[in-house]
Write a protein that binds this ligand. Structure first.
Ligand SMILES: Cc1ncc(COP(=O)(O)O)c(C=O)c1O
Length: 422
């Protein structure tokens, strides 16, 4: 093949745009058709969710309840990302610099629509850690200023502030959250009491990685904004679990890892900055392409970057939309109810996650009373091949169970049986 026809061949067949729009959707719909299944089925239709599970290629025999650590990609996303990788390696320089600009903007738009915001408010970054660093590095606080970080913040939300507090001399205030609040008011009250005239930033997790508790970001943001305080949110554990409208949440900044509950390729994250808050931000990395760019793209100015994963994240959002935000959320809440109701009345177990739907969703933490959590975790894995995360901090001695769209009732029955036998 001569050079000219090779070029034609490369760009006429498997294009990125084609993969993003039609191929992925078609392949899923064909699978659905093969099984004679109705895509518009209800959230509690178990056969539908078995089909969803069949779209993930987890290791044989593994029961994966550890999505909060890292999520798997469905086959559609794996295939699309591999195809993007093959395209890139077929003509590296062309795709890396310029070739995929349109597709990148399509991904930005998809992410923006998923979170009901404008695409000029979304940066495509690597993970939550980067987003939290971006905020802590940008806001130049000094002696006399205070940042509130409650005690359930993940190290990715605390270490960046600790780093800059040692250099810049501001104070970090660490109030203690209740593990089992009766209502979101109990949590709001903790923040209300921690605010002083010196508070400049509240950096808060949306869903805790310890017990899956959902914090009332909207109410805390409203309270903070009345006093000129900025609010940054760590959304590693909520993006992709329930429907999130970022304007409605009212925070200034929101950082999320797409490789957990959004099922994106690893090393992809999203960062939201409200339009009027972008003036506070300074890029962590500067390079040529967006050096003088005033737009949010200046925050993702990496030069050579992981485009197959970035475009694969677009496919992950397609997959999210294929099932639909409402149906996903309803399913997760259903699974939570199914799991909790099997154990709640049994005095052998104590839930360390608040039950109310306003306060928890996809992550549930449960303790076997009197048993060390590290031993419970080990037995669950060694004897039942169940992967979950033991949590032994904050007065919690329970296993963190992540529920997901690939979790079926059969999986939960198996987990319950295993917990009874441990
Ligand atoms: C609440 C929370 N924030 C931040 C992170 C860090 O995520 P990443 O490594 O994707 O930046 C995690 C990871 O588990 C987390 O649970």
């Amino acid at each position: 093949m001569d050079r000219r026809s090779l070029l034609k061949y490369s760009f006429s067949g498997l294009t990125a745009a084609g993969l993003l729009s039609s191929g992925v959707r078609e392949s899923f719909l064909n699978k659905v058709k093969e099984t004679g299944f109705n895509l518009a089925s209800e959230a509690n239709d178990e056969a539908y969710w078995e089909l969803v599970k069949s779209q993930f290629s987890m290791e044989k025999g593994l029961y994966y309840f550890n999505n909060a650590s890292l999520g798997p990609c469905p086959n559609l996303v794996v295939d699309a990302t591999n195809n993007f990788r093959a395209l890139l390696d077929g003509f590296p320089s062309r795709y890396m610099w310029g070739g995929w600009q349109k597709e990148k903007e399509e991904v930005r738009q998809k992410v923006a629509s998923m979170f009901s915001v404008d695409k000029e408010e979304i940066a495509l970054i690597h993970n939550t850690t980067e987003g939290m660093n971006l905020v802590a590095h940008s806001i130049e606080l000094g002696p006399g200023d205070e940042v509130i970080l409650a005690d359930h913040e993940h190290p990715s939300g605390t270490v960046p502030w600790q780093h800059w507090s040692e250099i810049r001399g501001f104070k970090i205030v660490r109030p203690k959250l209740p593990i089992l609040p009766d209502s979101k008011e109990d949590i709001i009250e903790v923040y209300r009491k921690a605010i002083t005239p010196k508070t400049k930033v509240i950096s808060m997790v949306h869903g805790t990685n310890t017990n899956g508790m959902i914090l009332p970001v909207k109410e805390v943001s409203q309270m903070a904004h009345q006093q000129g305080i900025l609010v940054a949110v760590d959304a590693a554990q909520t993006a992709g679990t329930f429907k999130i409208d970022l304007h409605d949440l009212e925070c200034n900044f929101y950082a999320a890892s797409a490789h957990k509950f959004m099922f994106s390729p690893k090393g992809m994250g999203i960062f939201y900055a409200r339009k009027d808050s972008q003036k506070h931000l300074k890029p962590l990395i500067v390079s040529r392409a967006h050096f003088r760019d005033e737009s949010i793209r200046r925050l993702e100015n990496y030069n050579t970057r992981n485009y197959p994963e970035l475009l694969g994240m677009g496919t992950a959002v397609d997959y999210y939309n294929l099932i639909g935000a409402e149906k996903r959320e309803a399913r997760m809440r259903d699974m939570k109810k199914y799991f909790r109701s099997a154990l709640e009345a049994n005095p052998r177990y104590k839930f360390k996650t608040p039950a109310h739907d306003e306060l928890s969703c996809a992550i549930q933490n449960v303790e076997i009373v009197g048993r060390k959590v590290s031993e419970v975790k080990k037995k669950l894995f060694d004897e039942y091949m169940i992967d979950c995360r033991p949590i032994g901090s904050h007065g919690i001695n329970g296993v963190r169970i992540s529920l997901s769209v690939f979790t079926t009732k059969k999986d939960i029955d198996y987990l319950i049986e295993a917990l009874h036998n441990v």
